[in-house]
Design a protein around this ligand. Sequence first.
Ligand code: AMP
Length: 338
Amino acid sequence: MLVQAAHGLGYKAHVFDPFGDTPGGRIADTETTSPYEDKQAVEAFARNCDVLTYEFENIPLATIKHAAQFTPVFPDGLALKTSHDRLVEKTFLRDKADTPVVDFAPIESMAALSAFVREFGAPAVLKTRRFGYDGKGQVKVMSERDVKAGFARLGGTDLIAESFAPFVREFSIIAARGQDGEIACYPLTENVHKHHRLHTSIAPAGDTQNVEGDAQAITRRILVALDYVGVMGVEFFELAGGKLIVNEIAPRVHNSGHWTMDAGCADQFEQHIRAITGMLLGSTKPKHAVKMTNLIGEEILQADALAKRPNTFVHNYDKHDIKPGRKMGHVNEVLGGA
Ligand code: AMP
């Protein structure tokens, strides 16, 4: 979708991927298939591009740092480094961006997890610090009695414990910051997760007058603190009474921003390309409200039937294999005037 957006703005796209024949690479002008660790390939790729970006944050920092010697990379290494590790990210958000986050601590032993539960109470959420997404690498610790089993399930890698946020709703904000520091936020999106994985997003979210201003102010602080360029997704928990807590940030276009594709404003992919190429940002004001539903695994087989429904737009990612739990596409249902 970033490649399509780049083409729509008159740019050419060169995709780098370790596996090859990827959905992006198939429609790009050029595709390089090479391991991230291949310095020569990364250099040749970077030298061929006026600007680089990424749509997946688990790229080695060394690869991005190497590429950045030859061409600008947006978002830069600081954003990538911060979002690689939940402990680094939460510490940055709390200490450098004045952002409310849950209580958290690094966990190196079962004793440390017991101490965390004693200090901050149960439930707690134990997570791997790296490579966790869609609820992968996380367990809920319901009481001190669960400590042993929880630690046994995830132990052996670097961990973080978080206190459980008793949220009433989950929101996200998709925002962009341009090279000149201009910031544009889309309206709050309400997200519903199933099995820790995003299921539906509705935007603009309803009943947000108490939280929209806060969410935008927090998002702006994060973008400025990181001196960020590009689109970012910021995930929030809303507690009873309207207090917001940031769960995590994603230094890229975000699943909960896919509704923008059929909302009648600049979509998040176009916005990202605009930001990283130094263009002015597009409009973030949707003409229509949209409900986005992910098509997971075999649900993609319903794509044709869904496309027959009125006001319904199906986006198929054209991934090679259908796998259980894999995000294969999404469907946007236009709900009416925003
Ligand atoms: P994550 O992988 O951190 O984005 O978590 C995926 C989902 O798990 C979130 O969207 C929440 O629904 C839930 N979750 C994660 N961390 C917490 C927490 N500290 N408190 C409550 N729910 C959480």
